[in-house]
Design a protein around this ligand. Structure first.
Ligand SMILES: [Zn+2]
Length: 387
C-alpha cells in the first residue's frame, strides 16, 4: 500500500531537487526533502533511488494498440501491442488509434483493448474515427462518442495522404466542429488528431479552415510532422501560429526518410518554437509502408513504442536540451493538450506513474498507478497472454 522512493533527483518534469516521494496505493501522496517517521504506517516498501532521476511516466498519444497497417494485403496487418511493449519503454499512459484500415479494425476492439491495458495496470484513452471520413463511430456521431464514452478524447482522421478518403475542406471543418463541441460539452479535450500524409498540400487545409471558420488552431493536433524537412517547416509555421505539433519518433530503421525526432527538435529550437507546443509520439505498432513515386508499396515494417524513450535519451545525450525540457514532450505537454486528468506530472495528488532512470538514462524501474511494472530493468508485470 505504501511505497517510499528515497533520495531521487526528481523532475516534475521541471527539476525540483533531491526528494523523497511517498506513494499511497495509486497516488503520489507526499513529496519532501526527507520523509521520516514512517514506522507507524505499517508495511512500507522503501526503494532507494539515490543517484537516479525520478521522472513522470511517459505518455504516448499515438499508438496502434490493436495493430494497424495492411497496405500490402491482409498478411501485412500489424499485430496488437502487449503490455510490456509499453511499460518496458516507460510508457504508463497510452492513447490508442485506428489507422488506414477502418474495415477489419473496429472501434469496439480498440476500446476493448484499451480497457484490457487498463486492467493490466496502465492508463489508456482512445480516439474515435479512423483514416476515412465519414468517420466510423460507436454511437452514430463523433460528438456523442466524445460525450458518452469515457475513454474517447478526440477523433482521428487522415489528411494530405493518398490513403485518406480525400475529404473536402468542408468535411474536415464539420468534423473539427463535431469534436470541438463534443469536447466542450463533456469537459474533454475533443481534439481532431490528424494523421498527415506526404501530400504536397501539407497543412494547407488546416490553415484554410482556421482562416475561413471560427475554429481555433488549438482544435487540431496534426501528427507525423517530421515527414520531411519541408513538412516540418510547415509544422513550425503551424506551431508559431499557436498550434501544437506532434513529432513521430519511429527509428531510422523503420522510417529512414524522416527527419529523426532529435533533429526535428533541434530545428524547432533553432526556430524558437515554444516548448509547450511540441509533443512526441511513437506511432507504435503502426505500419511504416514505403511507397515509390507511383504510390506503389515497396516495403513495410512496424514501428516500436520504444522509440519514444530512445528519442528522449538521444535528445538529452546529444545535448540538444536538458532532461527537464525534453521530458515535457512526453509528459506534461500531451497531458495538458489531451486534458488527461492527474497525468504528466510528479506532484501531490497525481497518479503515481513514475519512471526511474539511472545516470546513463537507462530505465531502471517503472511504476504505473503505484504498481511496480518494471524492476531493475526486468519486466515484473506481464500482460495476460505474455510469456
Ligand atoms: Zn499511426
Amino acid at each position: 500500500m505504501f511505497k517510499l522512493l528515497k533520495n531521487g533527483n526528481v523532475y516534475a518534469p521541471e527539476f525540483i531537487g533531491k526528494k523523497d516521494i511517498l506513494l499511497v496505493n495509486r497516488t503520489i501522496a507526499y513529496i519532501a526533502d526527507k520523509i521520516k517517521d514512517i514506522s507507524t504506517f505499517g508495511d512500507v516498501e522503501v526503494i532507494d533511488v539515490s543517484g537516479c532521476s525520478v521522472v513522470p511516466g511517459f505518455i504516448d498519444q499515438h499508438v496502434h494498440i490493436i495493430g494497424g497497417g495492411g497496405e500490402g494485403g491482409f498478411s501485412t496487418r500489424t499485430p496488437e501491442i502487449m503490455l510490456s511493449d509499453l511499460t518496458s519503454a516507460g510508457i504508463t499512459t497510452v492513447v490508442g488509434t485506428l489507422g488506414t484500415d477502418g474495415v477489419t479494425r473496429h472501434l469496439e476492439s480498440l476500446l476493448a483493448k484499451a480497457r484490457g491495458l487498463e486492467e493490466e495496470g496502465i492508463s489508456s484513452w482512445i480516439y474515435t474515427g479512423a483514416y476515412q471520413i465519414p468517420s466510423p463511430t460507436f454511437t452514430g456521431s463523433v460528438r456523442s462518442d466524445i460525450m458518452l464514452i469515457d475513454k474517447v478524447v478526440g477523433c482521428k482522421a487522415a489528411m494530405s495522404d493518398h490513403r485518406s478518403s480525400q475529404p473536402l475542406l468542408s468535411d474536415y471543418a464539420k468534423l473539427a466542429a463535431e469534436t470541438r463541441t463534443g469536447g466542450m460539452l463533456s469537459g474533454k479535450a475533443g481534439v481532431l488528431h490528424l494523421h498527415m500524409g506526404d501530400g504536397n498540400r501539407k497543412l494547407d487545409m488546416i490553415f484554410s479552415i482556421i482562416a475561413e471558420t471560427e475554429l481555433p488552431i488549438t482544435q487540431f493536433t496534426p501528427t507525423h510532422l517530421n515527414k520531411t524537412k519541408e513538412f516540418l517547416a510547415e509544422g513550425i509555421r503551424f506551431a508559431k501560429a499557436g498550434g501544437t505539433i506532434d513529432i513521430t519518433t519511429s527509428s531510422p530503421a523503420v522510417a529512414p526518410q524522416r527527419v529523426q525526432a532529435p533533429d526535428a527538435i533541434r530545428i524547432c529550437l533553432q526556430e524558437a518554437v515554444p516548448l509547450e507546443r511540441i509533443t512526441l509520439s511513437s506511432d507504435g505498432n503502426g505500419s511504416m509502408p514505403a511507397f515509390n513515386e507511383n504510390r506503389e508499396l515497396v516495403g513495410l515494417m512496424a514501428a516500436s513504442p520504444a522509440s519514444l524513450y530512445e528519442s528522449l535519451r538521444s535528445i538529452v545525450q546529444q545535448e540538444i536540451m536538458p532532461l527537464a525540457d525534453a521530458l515535457r514532450f512526453i509528459t506534461v505537454n500531451p497531458a495538458t493538450k489531451l486534458k488527461l486528468p492527474n497525468k504528466g506530472r510528479i506532484t501531490t495528488g497525481y497518479d503515481a506513474d513514475i519512471v526511474i532512470l539511472d545516470k546513463d538514462l537507462n530505465i531502471q524501474h517503472v511504476y504505473a498507478k503505484g504498481r511496480c511494472m518494471v524492476e531493475n530493468r526486468q519486466v515484473k508485470v506481464k500482460g495476460v497472454f505474455e510469456k
